[in-house]
Design a protein around this ligand. Structure first.
Ligand SMILES: [Zn+2]
Length: 150
């Protein structure tokens, strides 16, 4: 059986580096509303839409642990529920000082649903690691697989 070629949407780069730093800064501020009584790990996220609107998210834990929601998916759910589905980038930050906080597998898949965008994983001091969703989740499942064979 021939391997089907999967096309990924092109990575959209940010127009101004100031926007990137603002996005990272806002993701740090978004931690303020984190609800994390169990892990004590505050996580914030900021999602940049195609028309430069920013949606924030924080982690929201639950006593029924698997019902908790990550900051990235909170931001995406807020944006999509307001009618936004085209994104340029997402930033995520936590209170970890020595390391960046990478999106979990579920968040990688949810971000991937909306394209191969840059993910800025930020440390407390503002330094960051930038990776695309394709780098974070290679050979990811996406809508292309659901198209009928042509
Ligand atoms: Zn997650």
């Amino acid at each position: 059986m021939a391997q089907k070629t999967i096309r990924h949407p092109k990575v959209t780069f940010l127009p101004h580096s100031d926007t990137q730093f603002e996005l990272q800064h806002i993701s740090q501020k978004a931690k303020e509303f984190s609800y994390c009584p169990y892990s004590q790990l505050r996580v914030g996220s900021a999602l940049l839409t195609e028309d430069e609107k920013i949606f924030t998210g924080c982690n929201i834990e639950n006593a029924c642990f698997y019902l908790g929601l990550c900051a990235e998916r909170t931001a995406i759910n807020k944006a999509v529920s307001d009618g936004y589905t085209k994104f340029k980038a997402i930033a995520v930050s936590s209170d970890l000082e020595e390391q960046v906080i990478p999106p979990c597998g579920a968040c990688r898949q949810v971000i991937r649903e909306f394209g191969d965008i840059p993910v800025f994983m930020t440390r407390m001091d503002g330094s960051y690691t930038r990776m695309t969703v394709e780098e974070l989740l290679p050979l990811s499942w996406n809508a292309e697989y659901l198209k009928k064979n042509e």
